[in-house]
Design a protein around this ligand. Structure first.
Ligand SMILES: [Zn+2]
Length: 392
């Protein structure tokens, strides 16, 4: 470690959630990060904690990877015209989310739909969120919507310019599986990941995408398999789970019954690793600062999933499906954390039981790239205990 390095030590951690379904709880009480990456995990007595530039005493609370929202629709900075909301990303950070993935910047008033215009906007969106992290949150954006007339060279141009995501397939003029499949193939060839809108129309002007179109298109992630808002019939949801190996994205802005059906089907297939979570916010149902936490507790409660596994849906699973270096507590990964505790007066003998009973935890701190980004959440119920930054 050179003398300009930043070293973070978080000690007295009561419970450490790994983000990994196979072993969701780590036997450790301390984590060390150097220059934004996890350097060591273990017991404080065994770790080199000297020379820390930031020390956090967790006071026995739980530390998990920062939550990932797999499905958002940002536009610019921390403003969304969709519900005229300012600071919705900051509010979401207070819900434990440290990374967001754009499913298309569709709410921009006057969004260009000609090919040169949509490419320019995607590149600009990618840049402005790369250059500016609202309240520290990592927003992966610049996700163009497929429109008729795009050719292979357009995908190469986008990839060369740094675009890594497609917006939800089906939101533009490309509405047939054959054309969508060809474009998703071009995107994949140049390293651009794809997501497809699934289910009924979201708002006036959008359309139905059924299981046949999802399967024919073959996008990398089945976006909001529980609908956004209207879900497909049960047999089509089960068909999607059974007949492809793509990510199964469940969103807050969808049908909760269909969410539980998806979860139960994935479990029967022994494929809970495919389940990832998003909010789809800002959407018709508003912005959802606690949306990811609410999905974790809802699925844990109604899907009978241990809370420590449900947190993996919002962390390690998403990181793997999306190719991100956060979401898992392991050496070399991004030091993006959420510290939380059982909410005051919430039933349950500990935080995990409390979440599985359907309650939200109280968030006490978020950390992104080894830097403290927020303290006690203004949005969650108050936690029993709070972590504290201590001066050396
Ligand atoms: Zn959608």
């Amino acid at each position: 470690m050179d003398r300009h390095s930043q070293k973070l030590v978080v000690r007295n951690i009561g419970l450490m959630l790994s983000g990994m379904l196979e072993h969701p709880i780590l036997d450790a009480d301390c984590i060390v990060a150097v220059d934004g990456k996890i350097a060591a995990i273990g017991f404080e007595k065994d770790l080199d904690t000297d020379g820390a530039t930031t020390t956090v005493d967790a006071h026995g609370v739980t530390l998990a990877p920062g939550l990932i929202d797999s499905h958002v629709h940002p536009v610019i900075g921390d403003y969304t015209p969709r519900q005229q909301q300012l600071h919705w990303i900051d509010s979401t950070l207070h819900g434990g989310v440290t990374t967001m993935i754009s499913a298309g910047e569709v709410h921009l008033p006057g969004r260009p739909k000609d090919v040169v215009g949509l490419k320019a906007m995607a590149i600009a969106s990618q840049r402005w969120y790369e250059n500016f992290r609202p309240s520290g949150v990592k927003v992966h954006a610049g996700a163009p919507i497929l429109e008729e007339g795009m050719v292979e060279q357009d995908f190469k141009d986008l990839a060369d310019a740094g675009v890594k995501l497609l917006g939800e397939v089906g939101l533009g003029t490309v509405k047939d599986g054959k054309t969508a499949r060809q474009m998703v193939g071009w995107a994949r060839k140049y390293g651009i990941q794809s997501t497809i809108h699934t289910g009924g129309p979201s708002i006036p002007g959008s359309g139905l995408i059924d299981a046949d179109m999802v399967l024919e298109t073959g996008a990398d992630v089945i976006g909001h398999i529980n609908g956004g808002h209207s879900a497909l019939p049960d047999d089509q949801i089960i068909c999607l789970c059974e007949n492809c190996s793509k990510g199964l994205e469940i969103v807050h802005n969808g049908n909760e019954r269909a969410a539980v059906l998806t979860l139960n089907t994935a479990r029967e297939l022994k494929q809970l690793n495919r389940v990832i979570l998003g909010t789809d916010g800002p959407a018709g149902s508003g912005v959802q600062p606690l949306g990811i936490l609410r999905m974790v507790s809802m699925l844990s409660a109604f899907g009978n999933v241990p809370a420590e596994q449900a947190f993996c849906f919002a962390t390690g699973n998403t990181a793997r499906e999306r190719g991100l270096d956060c979401g898992i507590l392991a050496h070399g990964r991004s030091a993006d954390f959420v510290l939380m505790d059982q909410a005051q007066h919430a039933p349950g003998k500990n935080i995990l039981e409390s979440v599985q009973l359907g309650n939200l935890p109280g968030i006490g701190m978020t950390i992104i790239d080894g830097v403290i980004c927020s303290h006690r959440s203004r949005n969650t119920p108050p936690a029993q205990r709070l972590p504290q930054e201590v001066t050396a």
